[in-house]
Design a protein around this ligand. Structure first.
Ligand SMILES: NC(=O)c1ccc[n+]([C@@H]2O[C@H](COP(=O)([O-])OP(=O)(O)OC[C@H]3O[C@@H](n4cnc5c(N)ncnc54)[C@H](O)[C@@H]3O)[C@@H](O)[C@H]2O)c1
Ligand SMILES: O=C(O)C(=O)C[C@@H](O)[C@H](O)[C@H](O)COP(=O)(O)O
Ligand SMILES: [Zn+2]
Length: 359
């Protein structure tokens, strides 16, 4: 658990994720040769998070354009993307110019998408400012926006030039957002690295304290899990699907809630559902299902849901990217850190698992 030094986690041979205090200033070192302009995308209410990045880029001689976008999930629309494309057009952005996303996962997903699509691809640097952005969204090159029909239905794979996880930014993150981010770290514990679960279980309050070495270790471990998986299967041909544990139901709940529920909270519920499904399919025992409920409850994350009927969520679940034709596919567990797929489970099994998470 290093306290001060910067940790460098490589994503294959493609790029590095830096974790440490003050690392956002290192943005200048990542600017591609020849870049003259940078579009810095940030949440409208959080311009102060982007200020040091803007100052550093201007100090390096770049012309900086700022792109304030609506907060949280409201940023992830094609209309907001179009506004940024328009700014880039007016600034005569070329293929050597640069997009920088500063904010939570909603901003890095949007900034990545805009970078992937402008002139069919310009470089992007991510400066995630939430736990969720650091451990998940900013790493791995999935970018996208939502449509009326569902979450992340339009997007592209576009790897960043680098990712800067400045732990100092977590000092101002609201506790509920910090906890929601830990849901994605816990996901990494169940699918690949149980040490993450042990760190949280040993002292859940310390795990959510900004500045604690425990939180830092959880963050770094989850980044390593994600880096290993996406380096092996960037385009999600099979292995990468394990990162979707808890997301089939989670995304359906977010859509049903009109994105008023945090992504990490919906994923927490979705993981309990996936564990119930795994157990009902005879793959894991009751103790592992209970471990899901216990570790998530210790983080004060939701573990049940009863605000929609199964039928209401089923429609959204069928639009999940893991579906193939009419076949629904779920990431389940065959044991701790043994992710597997469950293809075409019966509707009865799905209904029983959903009933088991009713509050
Ligand atoms: N691309 C991927 O691989 C991937 C992975 C996981 C999640 N995601 C996406 O990420 C999004 C969720 O990201 P999130 O949980 O970071 O939510 P978010 O981006 O909506 O941010 C949550 C809230 O925290 C605020 N905030 C951000 N940084 C702050 C700071 N340092 N101090 C104070 N407030 C701060 C934001 O303004 C917002 O209100 C979802 O859209 C999800 O689909 C993408
Ligand atoms: O990186 C991945 O792959 C993931 O599935 C990570 C998820 O945590 C993330 O929420 C992702 O955006 C979901 O992707 P989607 O393909 O189901 O939209
Ligand atoms: Zn997620």
């Amino acid at each position: 658990m290093s306290a001060e030094a910067t940790t460098v986690i490589s994503v294959g041979e493609d790029y590095d994720v830096l974790v440490g205090h003050g690392v956002s200033h290192e943005v200048v070192d990542l600017v591609p040769v020849g870049a003259r302009r940078a579009l810095v995308v940030h949440p409208e209410p959080l311009a102060r998070l982007a200020d040091p990045v803007v100052a550093a880029l201007e100090g390096a001689g770049l012309e900086v354009i700022t792109g304030p976008v609506p907060d949280a999930e409201a940023a992830k629309t094609i209309d907001v993307a179009a506004r940024l494309w328009s700014q880039m057009g007016q600034a005569e952005f070329t293929r050597t110019d640069l997009v920088v996303g500063v904010g939570g996962g909603s901003v890095t997903d949007l900034a990545g998408f805009v970078a992937a699509s402008w002139l069919r691809g310009v470089p992007v640097i991510h400066v995630p400012t939430t736990v969720l952005g650091m451990v998940d969204a900013a790493v791995g090159g999935k970018t996208g926006v939502n449509t009326a029909e569902g979450k992340n239905l339009v997007g592209a794979f576009h790897v960043p030039v680098g990712v800067l996880c400045d732990l100092d930014s977590l000092k101002t993150l609201p506790p509920a957002d910090l906890r929601a981010g830990l849901a994605e770290a816990v996901k990494g514990g169940f699918i690949a690295d149980p040490a993450i679960l042990e760190l949280v279980e040993a002292d859940p309050d310390d795990a959510v304290r900004p500045g604690s070495p425990r939180l830092r270790e959880v963050i770094e471990r989850k980044i390593r899990v994600k880096a290993q998986v996406v380096a092996a299967d960037l385009l999600e041909s099979h292995l990468r699907e394990i990162l979707n544990y808890g997301h089939t139901l989670g995304h359906a709940i977010e859509h049903h809630e009109h994105y008023r529920m945090r992504h990490g909270e919906a994923v927490a519920i979705g993981m309990v559902f996936a564990a119930e499904l795994s157990s009902r399919a005879g793959r894991i025992d009751d103790a592992l299902v209970q471990r899901h409920r216990d570790v998530l409850a210790a983080l004060r994350l939701p573990t049940g849901y009863a605000d929609a009927t199964f039928d209401q969520l089923y429609t959204a679940m069928r639009r999940d990217k893991k579906s193939r034709g009419s076949l629904l596919r779920f990431v389940v567990l065959d044991g701790l850190a043994q992710p597997a797929r469950l293809e075409g489970p019966s509707e009865g099994l799905l209904r029983a698992a959903y009933a088991a998470i009713g509050r």
